[in-house]
Design a protein around this ligand. Structure first.
Ligand SMILES: [Zn+2]
Length: 413
């Protein structure tokens, strides 16, 4: 299974950055180059239906080896794009064999240093092989580690037809990092009962919970007129918005002051003019009631601020972003339970984590495909200090193979 490293190093060199606000889907053609090469690689392994569709979704099938008829089809997913936040072209992956715990200074930028004391997750990696980029780009382990793990598991299963498993579906998707990874995903065509995204962090982790998320747009309307003759006439929407933003809680309910299971309200874009100033906010909580409470706080504060400025008016719009996938996964307990058993069979202790964000799996869960997220060994997402351990990737491959067997052993679970 050490092929996973060879694959990962090869994949990391593709520039597959996605971009925001693209008129095309996928957002960049470069992703298609990688996807087509992946399809060819899968065909070479014997997954003869591997194909990239018009939206850039690569789907493929590992044919069943079981004699049972009641084994459900399960799926594995990973995204091929890398974050637009950090340079993703010209990635030079470096393998630090049998890492001895010393600072890893990345050669192309000596200020890029991975230190044990800054990154506690590295403590478990002494003696392991760690892959980093060279200091000026991201590595793209998010999510090419997952891609390499899935392809390696597929190769292993194709070479071991003696291992009984049902139909296994694979999908590689574009544009996850710009929040559009599931925009055209056809759950019916994928045809699986459940799936797993291989896009998580440390060894043994399983994520079955995401935030519930809405976005709010609070628009303040004022009245503009020549500032030299504005006495008693002008209402400055910028000042109303400023009063509103200043009234938002500072010490609680903010991304910068919360952690764990606390939610928050987060103003992140302001478009300002005297006539009209709109404030966009993210609202996050694990529970729907918590989400509603936070929206009520925003609503009340916006109206209060407006009330202080004669002639001002406010409009408030709420848009649903995604929901906590736990709502769906709780109704299909075998999906996460089999993942936990597979992680144990790989010799690891399963560790549940809640994502302080969303995943494609969260969206897919609500589209009818229950999809928790499993560890892929990714660390320092969207950073020049991104790293992945080869031994962790090998464990993730094992977990995939165990999962395929488990669903065959107890299909009705
Ligand atoms: Zn990712």
């Amino acid at each position: 299974m050490s092929d996973v490293l060879e694959r990962f190093l090869r994949y990391a060199r593709y520039d597959t950055q996605s971009v925001e606000n693209s008129a095309t889907y996928p957002s960049t053609d470069a992703q298609l180059v990688f996807l087509r090469d992946l399809a060819a690689e899968l065909c070479g392994l014997g997954l003869t239906d591997a194909e990239v569709d018009e939206h850039g979704y690569l789907m493929a099938t590992i044919p069943p080896t079981t004699t049972r008829r009641d084994v459900p089809t399960i799926g594995f997913l990973a995204h091929v794009d890398t974050s637009p936040e950090v340079a993703g072209a010209g990635v030079t992956p470096i393998v630090h064999r049998a890492w001895d715990g010393r600072d890893l200074v990345l050669p192309d930028d000596p200020s890029a240093v991975l230190r044990l004391r800054d990154h506690p997750a590295l403590a478990a990696q002494v003696g392991h092989d760690i892959v980093t980029a060279s200091g000026t780009t991201l590595l793209g382990a998010d999510n090419k580690a997952g891609v390499a793990e899935i392809v390696t598991a597929a190769a292993f299963l194709m070479n071991h037809p003696d291992i009984p498993h049902g139909t296994i579906r694979i999908a590689f998707t574009p544009d996850e990092e710009v929040g559009r990874g599931t925009a055209h995903f056809d759950v019916g065509r994928f045809g699986a009962r459940c799936a797993y995204t291989m896009d998580g962090g440390g060894l043994g982790e399983i994520e079955t919970e995401s935030f519930s998320a809405d976005s709010m747009t609070v628009t303040f309307h004022g009245f503009n007129t020549h500032p030299g003759y504005a006495r008693g006439l002008m209402t400055n929407a910028i000042k109303v918005a400023a009063a509103f933003i200043d009234s938002l809680p500072h010490d609680t309910l903010s991304p910068e002051t919360t952690e764990g299971r606390e939610g928050f309200v987060h103003p992140y874009v302001v478009q300002a003019s005297v006539d009209r100033t709109s404030v966009k906010l993210l609202v996050r909580d694990y529970a729907r009631e918590g989400l509603a409470e936070k929206e009520a706080v925003v609503d009340a504060l916006a109206r209060q601020a407006t009330g202080r400025f004669p002639g001002a008016r406010v409009e408030i719009a709420v848009e649903e972003s995604y929901r906590n996938m736990r709502d769906v996964l709780d109704a299909h307990p075998a999906v996460a339970e089999n993942a936990r058993v597979a992680i144990r069979r790989a010799g690891l202790e399963p560790r549940s984590r809640s994502i302080r964000g969303g995943t494609d799996g969260a969206r897919l869960s609500f589209m009818g495909l229950p999809t928790p997220n499993l560890f892929a060994g990714e660390h320092n997402f969207h950073s020049r200090l991104e790293w992945v351990s080869v031994q962790d990737m090998e464990k993730a491959v094992e977990v995939i193979v165990h999962l395929c067997r488990l669903w065959e052993e107890s299909p009705g679970a």
